[in-house]
Structure formats: structure tokens, C-alpha cells
Design a protein around this ligand. Structure first.
Ligand SMILES: [Zn+2]
Length: 226
């Protein structure tokens, strides 16, 4: 038995701790360099937060900034603004059971440059991206991980979206972690990626999100209705 501030028996297993701490509440849309995907915007809410993007243990993690109380701001860590959108990723992949999954709920996180481009696309499309289908490409290594080329394809009928694809509740999934939990994560997963503190800010902003592991919330097998 352990409490929030002590452990009885074996010290916590580092790998287990990291896996638990890193199990994301939100699965971000992510492309490899040169990759293309078709997506549909489920809404155009533009939920904005500052996040600290940090290289940790060979990957990049985003911590929502807690404003004046933020422990990472207190440590002098830089933060960046991201706008979040609910989208469906229409890439097909095989899940663990070997079945094709055709529609996956994702969070699209747009940093400054991508948000500016989406603003352009929004104004071209009558003021909202909701229900718009786009072909998205990530041109290069330094491009945003959510892609930097957004080509409008068509309008789709959002009433055809399967009922089990629900938009994220941003207030819930992007809430800042308690300071104690951030401290523990930093302790267990030192900033070891690419030389830690020497990593250039641009490097990790360009590739801010690790590819999602398996089994994201997904909708399987059905034909894509649009
Ligand atoms: Zn902060």
C-alpha cells in the first residue's frame, strides 16, 4: 500500500510509472514527413491553450500551461499557443485484431503558423471549417506534425458521422496536470532526448507530438460515408 507521498515495499517501477503517466487523454493527429491524409473537421471551436512542449525520454510531450500557478513557467520553460480542433482522420490502418479501421477521432493541434493557415482556409470557406474535408500533407521534417498543406476537397454531411465518434471535451482532456505529477514525470523521464537542454526549440516544435501508439479511440470497419 502506498500513499500520495510515500511508498511501502518496492520502489515504483520506472517504466510502469512512465506508461501510466503518459497514457494520453487526447490522441493528436500526426503525420510523418511527406505523408498525406484526408480529414474532416467536426467543429470549428478553436479551443486555445498554452502548452509546454518538452523532450522527455526520447519523445515529446505537451503539458498544458497552468497560467500564474504553472510549475513549468516557474522553471523558465517556454510555452507555445495551440488551437485544438476535433477532426476525423480518414486514413485506414489495421488495429490489433487485424481489422481495417477507417475513421478515427483525433485532436488537431495547430500552432501559430498552422493556425494562421487555417484562418485563411476558414475565410475562403465562408467563415467555418466544420464539415469541411481536407487533404493534408506534411511537407518536411520541420513542418508542423499536423501538416502544413491543407487542400479543401468538399463539404460533407456531419449527420453521417457515426454516433460513437464523440468530440473531445477539451476542458477535461487538456486540463493542466497537478504540479506534483509534472514533477514526478520530470524526475522519472529526464530530458534526455537529443541532448536534452541543448535541443533547439524549433526542433521540437516542428515534431512536437510522438506518433500515437496502437488502439486509439476509433471507429471500425464501416464504409466511410463521405
Ligand atoms: Zn506554463
Amino acid at each position: 500500500m502506498s500513499g500520495s507521498w510515500y511508498v511501502k515495499g518496492d520502489a515504483p517501477d520506472r517504466q510502469k510509472f512512465i506508461e501510466e503517466a503518459y497514457t494520453p487523454d487526447v490522441w493528436e493527429f500526426w503525420l510523418k514527413k511527406g505523408e498525406t491524409a484526408e480529414i474532416v473537421f467536426l467543429d470549428d471551436d478553436r479551443f486555445g491553450v498554452y502548452r509546454h512542449v518538452m523532450p522527455l525520454d526520447g519523445r515529446y510531450e505537451k503539458f498544458t500551461c497552468n497560467g500564474e500557478d504553472c510549475i513549468l513557467c516557474g522553471m523558465g520553460k517556454s510555452r507555445s499557443y495551440f488551437e485544438y480542433y476535433n477532426i476525423i482522420d480518414l486514413r485506414t490502418y489495421k488495429n490489433r485484431d487485424g481489422k481495417d479501421v477507417t475513421m478515427t477521432r483525433r485532436a488537431l493541434a495547430a500552432g501559430k503558423d498552422l493556425a494562421a493557415m487555417l484562418q485563411l482556409r476558414r475565410s475562403e470557406r465562408g467563415g467555418s471549417l466544420a464539415g469541411k474535408k481536407f487533404k493534408v500533407t506534411r511537407m518536411g521534417e520541420k513542418s508542423p506534425s499536423a501538416g502544413n498543406d491543407y487542400q479543401y476537397l468538399k463539404d460533407v454531411d456531419l449527420s453521417k458521422v457515426p454516433n460513437d465518434i464523440k468530440p473531445y471535451d477539451w476542458v477535461k482532456v487538456l486540463r493542466p496536470l497537478p504540479a506534483g505529477q509534472i514533477k514526478s514525470i520530470l524526475e522519472y523521464a529526464p530530458q534526455s532526448s537529443k541532448g536534452g537542454a541543448a535541443v533547439r526549440r524549433d526542433d521540437f516544435l516542428a515534431d512536437a507530438t510522438s506518433p500515437a501508439p496502437e488502439t486509439p479511440p476509433a471507429h471500425g470497419e464501416d464504409e466511410i460515408p463521405f
